[in-house]
Design a protein around this ligand. Structure first.
Ligand SMILES: Cc1cc2nc3c(=O)[nH]c(=O)nc-3n(C[C@H](O)[C@H](O)[C@H](O)COP(=O)(O)OP(=O)(O)OC[C@H]3O[C@@H](n4cnc5c(N)ncnc54)[C@H](O)[C@@H]3O)c2cc1C
Length: 461
């Protein structure tokens, strides 16, 4: 269904500076994808440079009932920025100013198109720390992180994006602009609307400014690698560490298949015969870091670790993190397609969930790679497959449903950080009751009565 007529395009061109409204097939194709394999062409692409332009575009789209799909860097892993119902791709990547770093209040004010890694580096250069660290941090935007409530390895100790968002400026579908929260750490003045927009996947409003909380930079850290002969022992060690009185800064797991994919890809010298490795980091004051590393070493030995090593220098540390951050490209190279999931279970259910995924891999005769943020119960089972093989894809669909069912049965849910978007929409009802879906739909209707903002995402209307 085409909603953007030639005359609407001409009207928009009159509203925006030259070069910001694009309608060639080449330009539209660039904005038809995200990090999944889902594709849908927008009818028009509009690049914006500031909140005024966002507001103008939304008011126009609302008047003409044209869908608008906000977009940061398009690295999302659930189809969120794919314009499934056509309309306008609203590109925010050009709004990339770090407006303020306020060291006194330990907050920063940024535009949504700032690249996460650039922001982290700027904050570190100012002697502070912004912990949320999605593996895509060199490409993704802070606006996309807020819209997806992105997380990363640091989540286990420091939480995820939502724990750092103090204030937002949001352009509503009507074009009205609201300012929510601010630089205050404590604020109970009315409903917590800031958090309503965090994780709303671009369906409620367009984020045009973000106020983020910062932390002091930890003075010391240690990175450790624990190699396990048995995956089950590694999963039990995760529960042991989390129950052992230490909260590591990161606690990541890689199973044998991920180890081997990374070895094939990078040849880092990882142990191909080990069933699992844990990548653990502790940070804080130097004496605390020493003591915590000793506790973790002891717990891993009690749980049957084959070897436990501490990175001796920055180069060794970087090489360990390179292994973890390369899993996604490494497994993409292993088979023609990969389908990555993002389940989240209570920490204590990690060993049971790992066993369930292994059982499902056997039952459906599919290679499933397991890695993820074990310390906060967030696993990324990735099915290696070939989308051209329709028979195998039927088994893949069944395996995905079985993984989600197992996660929910164990007290977990469908997504820990990638969101629902389009790819997990068919399974939404597994994890959310009809009354909750109705509440979400009522909120959506109140904020976006014409359903113009990122329609068709999260649940089936
Ligand atoms: C290799 C790889 C590794 C990844 N690792 C991680 C990881 O470790 N942790 C993790 O959480 N994610 C990870 N991701 C997923 C992805 O990077 C995150 O979801 C990220 O937050 C998306 O940011 P983006 O700028 O690319 O957003 P996009 O993909 O452009 O958009 C994502 C969603 O946010 C909405 N949106 C974007 N900007 C705005 C805005 N300003 N206002 C309102 N809505 C907006 C879009 O409509 C869409 O629904 C990974 C992706 C890849 C490709």
């Amino acid at each position: 269904m085409s909603t953007v007529t030639r005359s609407l395009t001409a009207d928009l061109r009159r509203l925006f500076p030259a070069g910001q409204v694009l309608d060639s097939v080449e330009d539209r194709t660039l904005y038809a994808y995200d990090g999944t394999s889902i594709k849908a062409l927008p009818e028009l692409v509009v690049m914006v440079r500031g909140v005024g332009e966002v507001s103008t575009l939304l008011r126009f789209a609302s008047d003409h009932e044209v869908p608008v799909v906000p977009r940061g860097a398009g690295t999302g892993l659930s189809g969120g920025s794919v314009p499934a119902e056509g309309g306008i791709a609203l590109v925010l990547a050009g709004m990339r100013s770090i407006k303020e770093i306020d060291a006194g209040s330990m907050v920063a004010v940024v535009e949504p198109g700032v690249i996460t890694g650039v922001f982290q580096k700027t904050v570190e250069d100012a002697g502070m720390f912004y912990p949320p660290d999605p593996a895509s941090l060199n490409y993704c935007t802070l606006g996309g992180n807020v819209a997806e409530n992105a997380g990363g390895p640091h989540g286990v100790k420091y939480g995820v994006t939502k724990d750092y968002v103090l204030g937002l400026e949001v352009a509503l579908p009507s074009g009205d602009v609201v300012r929510l929260g601010g630089k205050q750490i404590k604020n109970v003045t009315g409903y917590n609307l800031v958090q309503l927009f965090v994780g709303s996947e671009g369906t409620l409003g367009v984020i045009t400014e973000i106020t983020l909380r910062l932390l002091p930079k930890p003075p010391a850290k240690k990175t450790m690698l624990a190699i396990f002969d048995r995956l089950d022992d590694a999963a039990t060690a995760v529960a042991g560490i989390m129950g052992g009185g230490v909260i590591p800064a990161t606690l990541e797991i890689m199973d044998q298949r991920s180890i081997n994919c990374v070895e094939d890809y990078l040849k880092l010298g990882l142990p191909r015969d080990a069933e699992a490795i844990l990548l653990i980091e502790v940070d804080g004051m130097p004496a605390a870091v020493e003591a915590e590393a000793e506790v973790i070493d002891r717990i891993c030995r009690e749980k049957g670790v084959r070897s436990f090593q501490v990175a001796k220098n920055k180069q060794e540390e970087d090489s360990l993190w390179k292994a973890r951050r390369s899993i996604s490209p490494a497994i993409s190279a292993a088979r023609p397609s990969k389908i990555g999931e993002d389940i989240s279970v209570p920490r204590s259910a990690i060993p049971a969930m790992v066993r369930e995924i292994q059982r499902i891999a056997k039952e459906f005769d599919l290679p499933i790679v397991i890695f993820g943020h074990a310390g906060d119960g967030n696993l990324h089972p990735n099915i290696l497959t070939d989308r051209r093989d329709h028979k195998e894809m039927e088994r893949v669909e069944q395996a995905i449903a079985a993984i989600f069912e197992a996660s929910v049965r164990l007290g977990g849910t469908l997504s820990g950080e990638h969101g629902i978007g389009l790819s997990k929409r068919p399974y939404f009802d597994l994890a959310v009751t009809p009354a909750t879906v109705k509440l979400m739909a009522d909120i959506k209707r109140a904020v976006d009565p014409k359903n113009i903002l990122n329609p068709g995402k999260i649940w089936r209307a």
